[in-house]
Design a protein. Sequence first.
Length: 145
Amino acid sequence: MDRDLKTRLKTLNLKVTPKRLAILEVLAAEPGYLGPEEVWQKMKKRFKSIGLPTVYRNLEDLANGGVLIKIIHPDRKLYYYFCGNTGHHHHFICVSCKKVEDLSFCGADEIEKEVRDSLKGHVVSHLLQVYGLCEDCSLSKTISS
């Protein structure tokens, strides 16, 4: 896994550093997303003197490089998720348990057609994140209601 992470960083022309690799390892070990402070707390176990600004900066660099997924949560907080799927896809994000699941379906074709036909524009990129409750959380909410 460590070699895969290094290769991914090098492919994107991002410098391979112990802290970047550790951030990726922390997030890769999680089934869901984490906030910068949560990543920082886990990182402090390995790097005693690591500062929160260093974690923020590295998370942003990794997200801007496409190694991490940036999640803008409905609570208006920023979270990060490591997704091993490098193909084109989108995400379903559980707002209760923080689980992130891949969506292989992309409905952007209709939107791109609308932009092209109605606005005479050209879409260069898009991002779709769907928020809700996963099956387990939906069932537990129904049971407790």
